[in-house]
Design a protein around this ligand. Structure first.
Ligand SMILES: [Zn+2]
Ligand SMILES: [Zn+2]
Length: 204
């Protein structure tokens, strides 16, 4: 049932869907949450990877970026932390790397490794598939102030107190530490055309 919802949301059945559903089930159970999608903003998930399983976590929990109940941290790890926002209780669920190697044990007749993972992750005992770690969420990660200040370098607004004050300047993180993007250099032809247009406009 949960898996069917995940596959509908994600678009295909894959090992990540099964793994994500198992992670969500384990995390919610550890927090005593039976109906995650009925929790509204009471359940928050920090997901540490953008991969197939991330969609399954979203489908099962109903958490989303837009509701601010899903946070993506680009750690590149198949792990997610489930937080009961009311009690503050939190559990980090990590997919065990060795589960992949043992998939064949639980699906000996599978046609290929991918199919073996899909079948095995459905039936593998939780302790062999996942590691659960009770955690506390550090201050500032969940309850961010509803404020917006402009960056003094680029002028763009920064929400939720995520600005950085450095050497007396209030800056956005990209201006402070470098962005993932850079302005695209214009190809030479475009540059010459722009010069021509400027000359024309100036009456030269
Ligand atoms: Zn997938
Ligand atoms: Zn900036």
């Amino acid at each position: 049932m949960l898996l069917r919802d995940a596959v509908t949301f994600h678009g295909h059945l894959c090992p990540g869907q099964v793994l994500g559903v198992r992670m969500a089930m384990a995390g919610c159970r550890a927090l005593g949450i039976g109906e995650p999608r009925a929790m509204g903003k009471g359940l928050v998930v920090f997901v540490e990877i953008d991969r197939c399983a991330s969609d399954a976590l979203q489908a099962v929990t109903g958490c989303s970026l837009g509701k601010r109940t899903l946070k993506h941290l680009d750690y590149g790890k198949m792990a997610a932390t489930f937080i009961n926002a009311v009690t503050g209780q939190a559990v980090r669920v990590v997919a065990r790397d060795d589960a992949r190697d043992r998939a064949g044990v639980y699906a000996p007749t599978a046609a290929d490794p991918r199919q073996a993972q899909i079948e095995a992750y459905r039936v593998m005992p939780e302790a062999e598939l996942l590691r659960l770690q009770p955690v506390v969420i550090r201050p500032g990660w969940l309850d961010r102030p509803r404020v917006r200040v402009p960056c003094q370098l680029c002028g763009e607004g920064v929400n939720y107190g995520l600005e950085v004050v450095s050497e007396g300047l209030t800056l956005c993180r990209p201006c402070h530490a470098g962005a993932y993007y850079a302005p695209r250099p214009e190809p030479p032809g475009v540059r010459l055309a722009a010069v021509g247009r400027r000359r024309q406009a100036a009456g030269l």
